[in-house]
Design a protein around this ligand. Structure first.
Ligand SMILES: Nc1ncnc2c1ncn2[C@@H]1O[C@H](COP(=O)(O)OP(=O)(O)OP(=O)(O)O)[C@@H](O)[C@H]1O
Ligand SMILES: [Mg+2]
Length: 349
């Protein structure tokens, strides 16, 4: 089974406004590991960089720096064509991701053939039928000959999931897979993903705005804010005992009453959406919204341990204000290194 290691991933976009150019760091030294049989949720508000990370993993975009490595069970690197077989995406919009002119069967046969999983025509069609059954689109023969517009949104997303499985996916990146679906059918699609994850021992990255489903459907949670992972840890820990002020803000606004009730202290309602903080440069990116901001927050915090396998990139959890920002804190879900101040101005004194 394939493990995916993401290390210090950075994506800079150049923004042009007239003659002026600036850089937006959409992902800033993001690190995590996806292992078979486990789901990691990536949560954060709109624009925090979640899809940027997903697109780099799917090889739709090149990282500015950092690495993404898929490792097979023998510890060998999975690359090239094999990477594209093993690492599959499920996108938010099942309408846009299926071609309206082709039948459902065609959508499945193509990846089965391209990735060499089926030989003859009859075998390919049989495998396509099996895939439809696996995602509960039965009778499979009936769904196979329909076109996308003859399916509901939820059924289309099931086809997208079957298509991800077709080439033998081992790592699935699901970028808001249910946010465009009617609320009443979301749970069914998430339960399907969870079942397939167990049956196929998949490594899953589940990207969402929704803390309740992140908690329910994932083992670990990464909280992203303006390109940085600010908190990571076991799902229940992060939602019920959030330690980063930004996670607390998310949890206090969440519809999950249990998470709300357990958040450590109420957040002031004043926390506004992100303002014009420089898009790169040192310092905690939440400091302009943070009710606990301190002078030291102009330096980049490291990932401080706040519980078993639980880390928060926040000076509130530094052992002392004298800790250097270059200090290395060990791993969140998967061994990420502590943050370093990229300006070199992060030496506390
Ligand atoms: N091609 C691009 N060129 C310039 N900026 C971009 C590009 N793609 C994304 N961005 C910017 O990068 C930031 C992160 O975008 P991204 O789509 O990763 O956010 P997200 O967390 O997925 O948000 P959402 O929850 O709304 O899907 C945003 O500020 C976005 O405007
Ligand atoms: Mg997105």
């Amino acid at each position: 089974m394939t493990t995916l290691e993401v290390r210090d991933l950075v994506k800079d976009y150049t923004l042009r406004s007239g003659l002026r150019r600036s850089t937006l760091r959409a992902a800033d030294r993001v690190s995590f590991t996806l292992v078979p049989g486990r789901t990691v949720a990536l949560v954060g508000e709109s624009g925090s960089g979640k899809s940027t990370v997903a697109r780099m993993i799917a090889r739709l975009e090149k990282p500015s720096s950092g690495s993404i490595t898929a490792l097979g069970p023998d510890g060998r690197r999975v690359s090239g064509r094999a990477y594209r077989h093993h690492v599959q995406m499920v996108f938010q919009d099942p309408f846009a991701s299926l071609n309206p002119f082709h039948t459902i069967e065609h959508h499945l046969i193509r990846p089965l053939r391209l990735h060499g999983r089926a030989a003859g025509r009859a075998q390919t069609r049989r495998l396509a039928g099996e895939l439809l059954e696996r995602v509960n689109l039965t009778p499979a023969a009936d769904f196979a000959r329909r076109r996308p517009h003859e399916l509901s949104g939820g059924q289309r997303q099931r086809v997208a999931i079957a298509r991800a499985l077709a080439p033998g996916a081992q790592v699935v990146i699901a970028d808001e897979p249910v946010s465009m679906l009617d609320v009443s059918i979301r749970l069914g699609v998430l339960n399907l993903l969870a079942r397939l994850q167990r049956e196929e021992n998949l490594a899953v990255l589940y990207i969402t705005h929704d803390l309740a489903t992140a908690r329910h459907f994932s083992d670990d949670i990464l909280v992203m804010y303006r390109g940085r992972v600010v908190e990571s840890g076991p799902a229940d820990e992060v939602i019920l005992s959030p330690r980063h002020p930004y996670t607390r803000l998310l949890a206090s606004a969440a519809p999950d009453p249990e998470a709300r009730g357990r958040s450590l202290e109420p957040m002031p309602a004043a926390a506004e959406p992100a303002g014009p903080l420089p898009p790169t440069g040192p310092g905690c990116r939440f400091r302009d919204r943070c009710p606990s901001a301190m002078p030291v927050c102009s330096r980049t915090p490291a990932d401080h341990p706040v519980g078993p396998d639980h880390y928060a990139a926040c000076w509130l959890h530094a052992e002392s204000g004298r800790e250097t920002s270059g200090a290395v804190a060990k791993a969140g879900p998967g061994g990420k290194a502590g943050a370093e101040d990229n300006s070199g101005a992060g030496r506390a004194g």
